[in-house]
Design a protein around this ligand. Sequence first.
Ligand code: FAD
Ligand code: NAG
Ligand code: NAG
Ligand code: NAG
Ligand code: NAG
Ligand code: NAG
Ligand code: NAG
Length: 483
Amino acid sequence: MSRMQASVLGLLALACAKFARAKIDESNFDAARIIERDVAIIGGGAAGTYAAVRLREDFNTSIIVIEPKNRLGGHVDTYEVPETNTTLEYGVQSYMQYGPTVDFFERFSVEFGSFTSRRLATINVDVGTGKTLDYTSPTLNDTTEGLKKWLQFVEKYDSLVEPGFWNFPSPDKIPAEFLMPFGEFAREHKVEAAVPRIVTISGVGVGDLQILSTLQVVQAFGLAVTKGVLEGTFIQPKVSNSLLYQRAYKLLKDDVRLGSTIQETERDSTGVRIVIQSEKDQAKTLIKAKKVLWTPYPSQDNLKPFDQDAKELQVFKPWTPEWDYVGVASIPCIPENTSVQYMPRAVEPSNHLAIRDYAYFLSLGTTGPSGLNLFRVMLGANFSLTYEEAKVIVTSSVQKLVQAGTLNHTGDCEVDIKALSAHNGVLWPRESEALEQGFVQKLYSLQGHRSTWWTGRSWCEEYSSNVWTFTDTVLERLLKSLA
Ligand SMILES: Cc1cc2nc3c(=O)[nH]c(=O)nc-3n(C[C@H](O)[C@H](O)[C@H](O)COP(=O)(O)OP(=O)(O)OC[C@H]3O[C@@H](n4cnc5c(N)ncnc54)[C@H](O)[C@@H]3O)c2cc1C
Ligand SMILES: *[C@@H]1O[C@H](CO)[C@@H](O)[C@H](O)[C@H]1NC(C)=O
Ligand SMILES: *[C@@H]1O[C@H](CO)[C@@H](O)[C@H](O)[C@H]1NC(C)=O
Ligand SMILES: *[C@@H]1O[C@H](CO)[C@@H](O)[C@H](O)[C@H]1NC(C)=O
Ligand SMILES: *[C@@H]1O[C@H](CO)[C@@H](O)[C@H](O)[C@H]1NC(C)=O
Ligand SMILES: *[C@@H]1O[C@H](CO)[C@@H](O)[C@H](O)[C@H]1NC(C)=O
Ligand SMILES: *[C@@H]1O[C@H](CO)[C@@H](O)[C@H](O)[C@H]1NC(C)=O
């Protein structure tokens, strides 16, 4: 190639780069609509709120939080019971005294006490017909014994997965147990009796718990939560789970954009530019930041305006979507202090591992003040489910109970859904092949790539306490990259 051709190509490349860079045109924004910060934080749930407080208050770093909902708190859902002017929690229930959790509550003067779950009489019913199942749940003793065996296992490997998978072994050194399908692992290690408890708390494995790699069950139910269950050491804020986030919002207010969605993004090694739009007035704002911290679940839908490159796409594309709803419903025909668990018939007579062998699960459990017939609804599906479809599943599942005679109730049962909230997500590629091809290393190699850092439940164990502990490890690295 002649020097002339080379320099023409060089110019062309420069022009193309310039052209690509000019996608977001700064001249379209008034000075008042341009925000410059050290770090833009996407999502104001557990991870985003925590990172915002830590960065701004403890590390003197300027931030902006972008959150599509009109509140902070993510999976926290507090329902205000109008009849009694009290609240009940239908999203996040409780917290572990692990990592920075207690300090974080104390920082906002959020008082807490031990969490006690209400004693409910359980009816296990066939998800297909609503008929009572001939299924014997594990005894408390068997559950405890199973959990102790699980504890031994997660304790052994905790340093590989907590806080975060930074030190996760390369494919040839991954412990064989992690790669085993969970069904096989559970039988071999005699943890079957712990399975109903594990899935009830974590929601893991809808549709196919037994084929999941055991590592994914560890991610959903690791050491801290297992200890919390065995030792009964969960805590809960006294007023409501939302209080922490209300107080954090009061503190951060000027640096939070609620009701705002990302429109487009440009990211490279020198920084990021993000255009956001406010739902209220449709006004667009340009954010120029040195780094961006992404916290929501990285679904293709969420990432669409985030300008993914090939490396990111390769990691995020094969994840498994999951549809989850939680809510509150008034159901007058189910007796108070009852929990109805919809399960596949395959669990009969006591096949605990089959508990998720169905495309969805549903549970309805008494909650809130006595006399109001309120039930907490939990619905998870491995197929796409809109709000309306979720409501239909809930109401028709109650009618099934009536028709099957499970409730000793005749006549109509008027189900009134008071609140329903989506907690959809995406999970790591399900089977162990991806792990054997270095999935974890590829995922973590995205940290810092294109001025972008990642946290939230998709990167670590999924409980708030784990997410906060992990977020600290990301911030430590992010701050180094800012220096
Ligand atoms: C029903 C349910 C109950 C749970 N109960 C508990 C519990 O009792 N205890 C516990 O410790 N953990 C619980 N968890 C686990 C929960 O995942 C964590 O506690 C924690 O909420 C995870 O924090 P996060 O920041 O990763 O996600 P989130 O808290 O979900 O925060 C993500 C935020 O990003 C926002 N967002 C979404 N999409 C976008 C987008 N495209 N752009 C910008 N922002 C976006 C969301 O609105 C949300 O505010 C529960 C989870 C669910 C689903
Ligand atoms: C915080 O950062 C600002 C801007 O970088 C700087 O001027 C100020 O001195 C810093 N404050 C502290 C306490 O470090
Ligand atoms: C409802 O409860 C809140 C907080 O406990 C209290 O401030 C408020 O006055 C109560 N409202 C009514 C109508 O009782
Ligand atoms: C469970 O029962 C067995 C005997 O049936 C007993 O040895 C064991 O201690 C019990 N475990 C617990 C946790 O109570
Ligand atoms: C959902 O779960 C059902 C029941 O286990 C299974 O047959 C189906 O293949 C699953 N679908 C997907 C998309 O994983
Ligand atoms: C349900 O349990 C609560 C305590 O959790 C109790 O106050 C109430 O009386 C019970 N209701 C019935 C109908 O037994
Ligand atoms: C329905 O009635 C039968 C027989 O009286 C009883 O055994 C069963 O517990 C009742 N079911 C409910 C949900 O009350």
